[in-house]
Design a protein around this ligand. Structure first.
Ligand code: PAF
Length: 286
């Protein structure tokens, strides 16, 4: 059943989703998918707006995917705000929201998962076992359900972006993956649904993260052969600000995500750390 709220239609089953997408296809439209877990902020809306520039019709999916949360992670407190999300999407002219239940995505008997090699074993993969398999599985399902021409992902989740690029290439999925630059607040904090979980003092610390990364990046650019020192100094700085634990602060090859000791190719400075129970990630392109 399709529910129409002002300009946006909301579908919750694969049959209803495919019926709308089929009418768009028949009309010759180029179709985009923007996968989300809801609690939408300007970063998500930036992805949707970017999709409007490149495609004629956009499906936004909203599904808080349980298989990408570990047993001790924040699934139960992950922010949920469907009515507000629908209003925000409607306000910018999104035609269709696909919001399936867990039973639709993982019906009884579901036992398949998608595992991407090496890229998932590094960085966040070290401390979040199973996370990227959950992401790869749900993204593959969403791509199969919608069959879009393009799917858009934010650079904030840079490891996720590279994993999705790899899986689409490896599985010959006929979709263009388009990345969109991270949207930041006035202090440079990357917008994230998890920012809502920060207390005011933690938010003030989080808002310093991007400045520290920018300083490390400047030091690396100045002395490309000496990556270790600025990274270690940055680690100490983040610890003194209150990040604990810090899962990683590392310069990596921007495609393979392998750690670099010399800045001699396109690279990303990647960080993940906790403020209280809230885990934040960010990255900068060098
Ligand atoms: O980036 C996210 O919000 C999620 O990992 C995604 C891509 C929607 C898959 O659940």
């Amino acid at each position: 059943m399709t529910t129409q709220t002002k300009g946006i239609a909301v579908v919750r089953t694969i049959t209803d989703l495919r019926a709308t997408v089929a009418t768009w296809r028949a009309a010759g439209h180029r179709i985009a998918l923007v996968p989300t877990m809801g609690a939408l902020h300007d970063g998500h809306l930036g992805l949707v707006r970017a999709s409007f520039e490149h495609c004629d019709r956009t499906v936004v999916s909203l599904f808080v995917n349980p298989t990408q949360f570990g047993p001790t992670e924040d699934l139960s407190i992950y922010p949920r705000a469907e009515a507000e999300d629908i209003a925000k999407l409607d306000a910018i002219g999104t035609p269709l929201l696909y919001a399936p239940s867990a039973d639709i995505m993982y019906p009884p008997g579901f036992i398949t998962s998608v595992t991407v090699g090496k890229l998932t074993e590094r960085l966040c993969g070290l401390t979040r076992p199973g996370h990227f398999s959950g992401v790869a599985t749900v993204v593959t399902k969403l791509l199969m359900q919608v069959q879009p021409d393009e799917a858009l992902f934010g650079e904030k989740d840079y490891q996720q972006l590279q994993i999705i690029r790899r899986l689409v290439a490896d599985l010959d999925i006929p979709v263009r993956i388009r990345s969109v630059a991270t949207v930041r607040d006035e202090f440079g904090l990357a917008l994230s649904s998890r920012n809502k979980l920060l207390k005011p003092d933690q938010l003030a610390v989080a808002q310093q993260l991007n400045r520290v990364l920018t300083e490390i990046a400047a030091a690396i650019r100045a002395q490309p052969d000496q990556v270790r020192k600025p990274v270690l100094d940055g680690l100490t700085r983040l610890q003194s600000l209150g990040f604990a634990p810090i899962d990683y602060l590392v310069l990596v090859d921007d495609e393979t995500l392998e750690q670099l000791d010399h800045f001699d190719r396109p690279a990303r400075l990647m960080v993940a750390g906790y403020l209280g129970p809230t885990r934040l990630i960010d990255n900068l392109s060098l």
